[in-house]
Design a protein around this ligand. Structure first.
Ligand code: PEP
Ligand code: MG
Length: 902
């Protein structure tokens, strides 16, 4: 029988699957002797059983009773006792952090009798009644489903009646009244009394937390973060400690290093005389943590010790939630802290320098996605700008967009193609949709740990928070900043690294990290405007250099032109894995293809091809020159030829109109006939790739000859050209054999004429299931394989890559058939199995055979880890993604064997 309840003394940080992140870390802190209030965790397994069966497992009730009694005995207090009552919090905590998405209920155990006990124990009647009204409010909303506004309005009414400016100004009698009013609201809305029995409260709260796993906003968040829906949440039952017992109490959040810059020091927010939720909600503005030293030096010192202890134990930046109850420090939560991309790189190298982690571990902690964020442009330092205000830099980046004030405006304006900045007084989980589509987020309230800041950092989205001079007038549809009035639609710019807010659009310039990648360390350092950024450039250099040293897979680029090739080389590409030559037949060159198609006999076609030869030779000479000394895979033409001809409808109209005018253009008429003749119902499955090469005599031969002649030209110029010829869409070994024979003849002939030996590897794409399944045969004729996972995904799933994403992927993501588009991240189970079959088959025939991938997946982090595991020699991706692929290939090498999604 599974164990559904774990005491904090039983678990450990490795048990996140079972205890959730919060539960596992509470257990770990308890284990290493830090001051954690006594408590226990109900496992995610219990939640899954609840979701499966529709009720809590009976064993859970029994285990819960036993665990609760143990705490009661240890504390010498009883849940809901009439005198000194034990109160508990009931908190959600899933394996992956989902900030603010699920529910929490505090002060469970209070009722009409124990509220008096609490008043007695605390010696503070006001506090006791305030706690009780918070319970009814939170319980009413979360557990009983009462509209939260009803409580909020009643609270406002009471404040007005009592002439109180804030909640804190309400006295004990006011709060007693309010409790009666709140109980009345519950009675009216639910047709039942607020439950008085403490155990009933506890059981109901646990179920409500289980249920909160499946709210719409939680599902939306998980979809976005790609967290599986079936994990369930754990529930932590923790003895309540109070930060709102007067001025010697308080609550806060601390980071062992600055989560935006990575600098070590004292970072965090503190709110005296408050409960934890007040900090995260950003309702009251907080003090910087360092102020605590002045307020309570003992607790401050103890906190710093605990922070150092945690950072040493976890060997990473940790964030901590703590409460001080009448001078006694309690740690309520810790975890390896979320951080900005820049901080990830800095912290990782700082920890290496402090001898806390190895370089291998350091690259495990910096992801390609984070590196990607650092490559984005920043505001141009020299540009003119009008500063509106400066607030807290909560999440870096530069964002320019129109002001929107809510989700509806955000969605409408982005649908119309605008970039938007979501401007709110403060955000809460209901603002998630707007935050997802916005380019940046600006709030008037809250600190670095407010909802807006935490969520934006998680999304890699620029955010500025706590702009006190900002007044958001929702009803009046305007915002005022220092006397400037702005309305939805007005453009502002946010600098998430400095906290500055500007009026109008500000031009942006390259990031120093990008400069480093393109032009080297000195250029990157020179572009950095401050010491922190210089430190960042150094950190990225060290991480990327190490990744380059440890990775097994090479990184190439998909580049069709010399310009792309330069860009790719700048970013560290070690070759071209795919040059799509069809791109060389577009524009003005279409007419040559038209001539090939319209040729009435061999002579006419040969003449058209002969005219193309010098152009193609020039293309390849430039490309090989840009990639001098590096392998350059040139793929023979792939798409159906009719893609180069005019559109059937356009042409039909043109011919019809001409005929109506009595003018007949013979060429158009012939073209129209050809377009009609060549029309295919499923062109992607039709006359394309190698099939085209076998069907249209001379077409592939022209390209092969152009490659050979370009190679000769480059060699004569003293270059070191290394072309490879790649045949697309091969399904049968015989197709490749025919092309190969022809290619070898041409290479031999051109080489003979030039007095050189032209060694050009000839290989093929593996992009059809049949090719993967007969790879052992195809390998007989191939010098290399390159997996074309775009077509392989299309043909394995039977998904038209041009149609399905728009047609029904949204539904498939919604109903869980897919967790992500298989065109974005390789479908490891299906398409991946074919890749593995192709590798295995090919190497059964040629054990040393060189293999890579050139589909879009070659630049996708998760897929790169898969390709490493499958034994590929290289990935090839867009030039922009080359640095990301270098890092991820290094990470894959050091993380192989570990969970590659960690
Ligand atoms: C592929 O199919 O994965 C591929 C790289 O070729 P293309 O995208 O040009 O079809
Ligand atoms: Mg393809």
């Amino acid at each position: 029988m599974p164990q559904y309840v774990y005491r904090f003394s039983e678990g450990s940080k490795e048990q996140k699957d079972l205890l959730g992140g919060k539960g596992a870390n509470l257990a770990e802190m308890t284990k290493i002797g830090l001051p954690v209030p006594p408590g226990f965790t109900i496992t995610t397994e219990a939640c899954r059983a609840y979701m499966r069966d529709g009720h809590v497992p009976p064993e859970l009730r029994v285990e819960l009773t036993m665990a609760l009694r143990e705490i009661e005995d240890a504390m010498g207090r009883r849940l809901g006792d009439f005198h000194d009552p034990l109160l508990v919090s009931v908190r959600s905590g899933a394996k992956f952090s989902m900030p603010g998405m699920m529910e929490t209920v505090l002060n469970v155990g209070l009722n009409d009798a124990s509220v008096k006990g609490l008043a007695e124990f605390s010696g503070d009647e006001r506090f006791a009644w305030d706690s009780y009204r918070r319970l009814i409010q939170m319980f009413g909303k979360t557990v009983l489903g009462v509209d939260g506004d009803l409580f909020a309005h009643a609270l406002d009414a009471k404040k007005a009646e009592a002439g109180a400016e804030t909640d804190v100004d309400l006295g004990a009698e006011d709060l007693k009244d309010l409790v009666e009013t709140f109980k009345g609201i519950v009675r009216e809305q639910c047709g039942r009394e607020f439950p008085q029995h403490p155990r009933e409260q506890l059981d109901m709260a646990v179920e409500a937390v289980f249920d909160s796993w499946n709210t719409e906003r939680a599902r939306l968040y998980r979809r976005r973060e790609r967290i599986p829906n079936d994990l369930g949440t754990a529930v932590n039952i923790v003895t309540m400690v109070f930060g709102n017992l007067g001025e010697t109490s308080g609550t806060g959040v601390a980071f062992t290093r600055d989560p935006s810059t990575g600098h070590s020091g004292v970072y965090g927010d503190y709110l005296p005389n408050a409960q934890g939720e007040d900090v995260v909600a950003g309702i009251r503005n907080t003090l910087p943590l360092a102020e605590l030293e002045r307020l309570d030096a003992t607790s401050y010192r103890e906190l710093l010790q605990a922070m150092r202890r945690l950072e040493t134990h976890y060997r990473d930046l940790c964030d901590i939630e703590f409460t001080i109850e009448r001078g006694k420090l309690w740690l309520l939560q810790t975890r390896v802290g979320k951080r900005t991309a820049a901080a990830a790189f800095r912290v990782a190298t700082q920890l290496v320098d402090e001898h806390l982690i190895t370089m291998d571990e350091a690259i495990g902690r910096c992801t390609g996605a984070q590196l990607n964020q650092l490559l984005f442009p920043q505001f141009d330092a020299a540009a003119e700008r009008t500063l509106l205000t400066k607030a807290m830099a909560a999440s870096p980046g530069a964002a320019v967009g129109e002001i929107v004030l809510d989700n509806a405006q955000a969605l409408a304006r982005t649908a119309a193609g605008a970039d938007v900045i979501l401007v709110r007084r403060e955000t809460n989980p209901d603002d998630l949709q707007g935050m997802i589509v916005a380019a940046g987020v600006l709030t008037a309230r809250g600190g670095k740990t407010s909802h807006a800041a935490v969520v934006a950092r998680g999304m890699g989205k620029c955010a500025v928070v706590g702009a006190e001079e900002l007044d958001v007038d929702r009803a009046g549809e305007q915002v005022r900043i220092n006397g400037t009035v702005l309305r939805p639609g007005d453009v502002i710019a946010l600098d998430g690294s400095t906290g500055e807010v500007f009026r109008g659009a500000v031009p942006v310039s390259d990031s120093p990290v990008m400069r480093y990648i393109a032009e080297g360390l000195d250029a990157g350092l020179a572009a950095a405007q401050d010491e922190a950024t210089r430190e960042l450039v150094h950190a990225v250099d060290r991480i990327l250099t190490h990744a380059d040293e440890v990775r097994r897979m090479a990184v190439r680029a998909n580049a069709d032109t010399a310009e792309d090739a330069h860009r790719a080389r700048e970013r560290g590409a070690q070759g071209i894995g795919l040059c799509r030559t069809e791109h060389q037949f577009l524009g003005e060159r279409r007419t040559y293809v038209e001539r090939v198609v319209l040729a009435e006999d061999d002579a006419e076609r040969d003449a058209a091809l002969a005219d193309l030869l010098p152009l193609q030779r020039q293309d390849f000479t430039e490309l090989l020159s840009a990639m001098d000394g590096l392998p350059t895979t040139i793929r023979l033409i792939d798409p159906p030829l009719h893609e180069f001809l005019p559109d059937l409808t356009d042409l039909s109209v043109r011919v019809a109109l001409a005929e109506a005018r009595g003018e007949v253009d013979e060429r158009d008429v012939a073209l129209l006939a050809a377009v009609r003749r060549m029309h295919e119902a499923n062109p992607m499955l039709g006359l394309r790739g190698v099939r085209l090469g076998l069907k249209v005599p001379g077409l592939f031969a022209l390209q092969i000859r152009a490659v050979a002649e370009a190679m000769v030209a480059r060699r004569r110029d003293g270059g070191d050209p290394r072309p490879e010829i790649m045949v697309p869409l091969v399904g049968s070994v015989r197709e490749l054999q025919i092309v190969r024979e022809e290619a070898e003849e041409i290479l031999a002939e051109v080489g003979r004429d030039a007095g050189m030996t032209l060694d050009v590897p000839i290989g093929c794409m593996v992009e059809l299931p049949r090719a993967a399944l007969t790879a052992h045969r195809i390998a007989e004729e191939a010098d290399f394989f390159s997996f074309g996972t775009n077509d392989l995904t299309q043909t394995t799933w039977g998904f038209s890559r041009d149609d399905v994403e728009g047609a029904f992927f949204a539904d498939y993501l919604e109903n869980g058939v897919l967790t992500i588009s298989p065109f974005e991240t390789l479908d490891a189970d299906g398409v991946g199995a074919l890749v593995v079959a192709g590798v295995t088959g090919g190497r059964a025939t040629k054990p040393e055979m060189h293999m890579g991938v050139c589909g879009e997946h070659g630049g996708d982090p998760e897929s790169i880890h898969f390709f490493h595991g499958a034994g590929l020699d290289y990935v090839s991706c867009s030039p922009f993604r080359v640095p990301i692929a270098r890092l991820e290939a290094g990470r894959a090498a050091v993380m192989a064997g570990e969970d590659s999604t960690a």
